[in-house]
Design a protein around this ligand. Structure first.
Ligand SMILES: [Zn+2]
Length: 289
């Protein structure tokens, strides 16, 4: 089953909703970064949020989510765009399995106390920066708080990743529901009732529920129209050329030292794990430009 995202609006224009299946995207991240289950869940939820938030933009815009906690996972980054592409990484992908009292992966403990930062790079506007203290460390709840507090848009965010016994990703997905400014009390009440029926996004996706099915469940009692339906993927935008710029920022002295010691300079992309190597000739050429 392919990963895709749907964006919808209720016909009374009071509720905006997005849902995504991101199983393959998160599994790709797991493979690229060799994440342990708690890291897969934390990074996977953040990537899923990156897909959802990225799809709220116009073309060429990009959102970066950065979670900086004092837990063993370290920093978690996800970058998403309007084309359904996302990439990301976690500082410590090898954090050992942590489960909470319910026997579920303890993402909150892995993340710890800290801040969530959201940066929106928009082609036609100044970049937007928002941040909030982490309220739960489970990411979905933190983003719910972020939208309500920082963007003044009452929202509900659900994110889920289910890790299989062989450590691959069994199911992943998420949703964002947002109230438009003139939403009525009845609408709010109905949404609260609907949200109470969705306790685990990843279980619903594992059972085979599609993103449309998720929206039908979340928008029970409303007529809605699907405005967009698009495939999503894990995609890094690194290239030999982009890495050249990074290499050059190291400075001539450091580069020559590395060449003397190793015979080449290697640089690894944080986002996808791809290694780029530059030999003596390549470096000399770059330095002479
Ligand atoms: Zn890359």
């Amino acid at each position: 089953m392919n990963d895709y995202l749907v964006r919808a609006m209720t016909t009374n224009k009071e509720v905006r909703a997005l849902a995504v299946r991101s199983t393959k995207v998160v599994n790709q991240a797991h493979q690229s970064h060799q994440t342990t289950p708690v890291a897969t869940a934390a990074l996977g939820r953040t990537l899923t949020a990156g897909l959802l938030m990225g799809s709220m933009f116009k073309s060429g815009d990009e959102v970066t989510l950065r979670i900086e906690g004092n837990g063993p996972l370290g920093k978690i980054i996800a970058q998403g765009n309007q084309y359904g592409q996302v990439r990301g990484y976690v500082t410590n992908p090898q954090v050992k399995l942590m489960t909470n009292q319910k026997g579920k992966l303890d993402v909150a403990k892995g993340i710890g106390q800290g801040q969530l930062f959201v940066t929106k790079n928009m082609r036609l506007k100044e970049p937007y920066h928002g941040s909030i203290p982490l309220v739960s460390g489970e990411i979905g709840d933190d983003l719910t708080y972020y939208f309500t507090k920082s963007e003044q848009t009452p929202s509900s965010v659900g994110l889920g990743v289910l890790v299989d016994k062989d450590l691959s990703v069994k199911a992943a997905g998420g949703f964002i529901i947002q109230l438009m400014p003139d939403a009525s009390e009845e609408t709010i009440k109905q949404l609260e009732d609907n949200l109470a029926t969705v306790t685990s996004v990843s279980s619903l996706i594992e059972e085979g529920m599609s993103p449309e099915g998720l929206l039908e469940k979340l928008l029970t009692g409303f007529d809605f129209r699907v405005l967009a339906n698009k495939d999503v993927e894990y995609k890094c935008k690194c290239s030999q050329e982009r890495m050249q710029d990074l290499i050059m920022s190291l400075g001539e002295e450091e580069l020559r030292e590395a060449l003397d010691k190793e015979g080449q300079v290697e640089i690894k992309c944080h986002f996808c794990g791809e290694t780029y190597s530059f030999g003596k000739e390549g470096i000399e050429e770059l330095l002479s430009n």
